[in-house]
Design a protein around this ligand. Sequence first.
Ligand code: FE2
Length: 130
Amino acid sequence: MPIGEYFQTADWKKEKHAPVIECSDVINTGEELVISLTIGKEIPHPNTTEHHINWIALYFKPETEKFPIMVGRYDFLGHGASIKGVNEGSLYTAPKVQTTIKINNSGTLMATSYCNIHGLWESTKEIKVA
Ligand code: FE2
């Protein structure tokens, strides 16, 4: 089965794994678009050595182009691991990130993410350039 068929989608208000994309719906050409990406905004996702979000990747598919453009990939590497044992460490990275882009065409933001237990997730958001 192609990997695309393993990406799961859901309403982020009911499903803690669905990426939440927050930004303006409409911007002007050349204006900075500040994008916030979060996993578990409404229902917090566990963040433990055994169960956590590994990464979020963001793409933008301009309506005028054939393929999506990769915006960035954001890794979350601290999950309480320690020489003392699991969940005994001093650091946990929360699965939240903010990035900024400029676009000159309308299109679709696509966020994908990976939970080490529950697999691949995706969500999308339309952006209009006025
Ligand atoms: Fe999970």
